[in-house]
Ligand binder design. Sequence first.
Ligand code: ZN
Length: 267
Amino acid sequence: MVTIRKAKQIISIQAVLLSAFFIAGFNTGNANAQLVPESQCSKPPCKCDDIETIERFYLQQQQNLDAWEEVLKEFFTSNAPLDPADARNRYSSKTTSDSVLLSKCPSWQGQAEIKLGGLDSSGNPEFDQCFCNTFCDKIVDSVIVHEQRHYYNIITLGVVSLPSSIIAKLIPGDLGRYQQDSLMAQLLTLSEIDAHRTQVSYLEDTIRELKSKYSNDPYADDPQRECTWNNLTSLKTERTRLTQPLPETFTDRVRLLLARISHGNEE
Ligand SMILES: [Zn+2]
């Protein structure tokens, strides 16, 4: 019989295993970056000159979101990701890093994986030092928004997926291990989609606000010079979406996925 203590243990093991895979970055995997607390970040306020960089960062995150949604589709095929590492590798193969963004930090040159930020064991944000001292505050804050969604999701998904986890634990041998690995990969993918969507939405609002601010007050940044920029995107980029929309809330998405694992794709 599974006791409450055992259930808590399963949730906490899931959280620890999954947290290792939650990385905010460009084309990243298990990066080994040295992260610093927010107090060591200058996070310069975003100004007119930063709009192009914010747009680039926004497009990068949108591309990352698309890549994770493609990974999610693969769970409903015969070639489903086997575990969280497999899911992250597939994600990495579907996205490319913006070379202009990459060129802003010398320490990133030549690295295959760049970790921009994360949360420490107490849930406080921490960052790559060059990133949080070079990029303006709204970009850095969008990474906090992203990570905080993972923090929330870890708790939610631990509870929602507990029955499936317990069943997987009770299945002996390779099949049980496969079920558990597959479940973790799916939860990772759902959490990444949720975190990226929240981050993309935050960046959309930021660009809109900055453009509106400088449209109304073109000299706000520098009284000697009018503020202009080249639009990289209208914020309404046509993108390939999932054929069927996902449920609104993260919890509902986890439930849908777990139902599909149990009953197949027919519902
Ligand atoms: Zn993430």
